[in-house]
Design a protein around this ligand. Structure first.
Ligand SMILES: Cc1cc2nc3c(=O)[nH]c(=O)nc-3n(C[C@H](O)[C@H](O)[C@H](O)COP(=O)(O)O)c2cc1C
Length: 355
């Protein structure tokens, strides 16, 4: 599509207003993020679980190695895209969230994007890095308002952009606390994006770009959200199944094979719903049989597996999907996974989106 809006996030303006969303564990590592950034979008590394196949990881030093792996991934992506715009996605729900943020900043990332919880302390963790833009992910104006008030009051800081992710279609953990919110039209982009734009213009009175995420696949989807007032899009699922995607080929094949009936929403060990593929592992979990590998590293501040064994070790299940273990992995997807019919290159996606 032509006439694309300009997406300026803090001091960073990519050529195109397209963010490849952070996808953990290692679905978006340095290769995917670097390639997207080199092509003119914003490439995002997901910081969660990067230690899992690091040569120095020995099963006991997860947190230390993860910190190192975050920095190494930023540097590796920067080598691919020296002048590009790079982000790291850090999940608030992680025990060592602050360490991920600091490590990414020290390694020279441009933007920190944070969801899976409200990133109330993000300005504190980034305060020594004035070039680093900070971007929360929300699913409602209420959540954005809480962040804006807290950041203004405690840190005299506003978000550099806000990603609105709709639980209706998005992949991975969904910005909904309850199952019934996942299908609630009140959380659709059609409702939340214009409301948020109005709130930022009229109440906050600040020029903060809104980025729409969830269910965006092509130029026509982009056009629709730009008409709602968004100035950028964040896309996950389509980028996960690319040649440059960091996951195994078996992970990508699962995307290509998926049909509508295979896409389900489950309650994740984090305590929020997540969209995933119905594979043998998820089938068993949905039937009430919890089959978990041992806890990998106590990586979550609230984990129902550690609390009472009512769920499973999500870190291990996501690592298993990254490596392509169809039987025991948790394969996160957005509802658009049904549109994946082949592995594309990042170049092909950009040509299709930009025309
Ligand atoms: C496999 C997968 C893993 C994801 N992991 C994360 C994550 O670690 N952190 C996060 O904030 N969002 C995560 N997401 C959400 C994406 O960043 C993106 O916002 C979302 O997928 C957009 O919707 P779409 O998939 O319909 O394009 C994940 C999505 C997928 C498909």
């Amino acid at each position: 599509m032509s006439n694309l809006p300009t997406l300026k996030i803090g001091k960073h303006t990519p050529k195109y207003p397209i963010i490849q969303g952070g996808m953990g564990v290692k679905i978006s590592g340095s290769r995917l993020a670097g390639t997207v950034a080199a092509r003119g979008g914003i490439g995002t590394i997901a910081s969660v679980g990067l230690a899992c196949d690091h040569p120095m990881y020995n099963g006991r030093n997860y947190f230390k190695i993860n910190e190192i792996a975050v920095a190494e991934s930023v540097k590796a992506a920067r080598d691919i895209a020296p002048g590009g715009v790079l982000a790291v996605n850090c999940m608030v729900a992680l025990t060592d969230y602050d360490r991920h943020v600091r490590s990414a900043c020290e390694a020279g990332v441009d933007i920190i994007v944070s969801g899976a919880g409200l990133p109330m302390k993000l300005p504190e963790y980034t305060k020594n890095f004035s070039d680093v833009a900070i971007v929360p992910i929300v699913s409602s104006v209420k959540a954005a308002d809480l962040i804006v008030r807290k950041w203004s009051k405690l840190y005299d800081r506003l978000p550099d952009a806000i990603v609105v992710e709709t639980p209706l279609y998005a992949g991975g953990h969904l910005g909904a606390t309850k199952m019934e919110h996942v299908t609630d039209p009140a959380f659709s982009l059609e409702v939340v994006v214009p409301e948020l734009v109005k709130y930022l213009d009229d109440t906050v009175k600040a020029d903060i770009p809104v980025v729409a995420a969830g269910g965006i696949w092509n130029g026509s989807d982009m056009k629709k959200v730009f008409e709602l007032g968004a100035r950028g899009v964040q896309m996950g699922t389509r980028f996960a199944c690319t040649v440059e995607g960091d996951a195994s080929d078996r992970f990508k094949q699962a995307y290509i094979d998926a049909t509508e009936d295979d896409v389900v929403v489950i309650m994740s060990p984090v305590g929020i719903p997540g969209r995933a593929l119905r594979n043998p592992f998820v089938e068993k979990y949905m039937a009430g049989y919890v089959d978990s590998k041992p806890c990998m590293a106590a990586c979550l501040s609230h984990c129902s597996y550690l609390r009472d064994r009512s769920s499973f070790c999500i870190a291990q299940a996501l690592v298993d999907s990254y490596t392509g273990d169809w039987e025991s992995g948790l394969f996160f997807v957005g509802s658009n996974v049904v549109k994946c019919t082949k592995m594309e290159s990042v170049e092909e996606i950009f040509c299709d989106l930009i025309g």
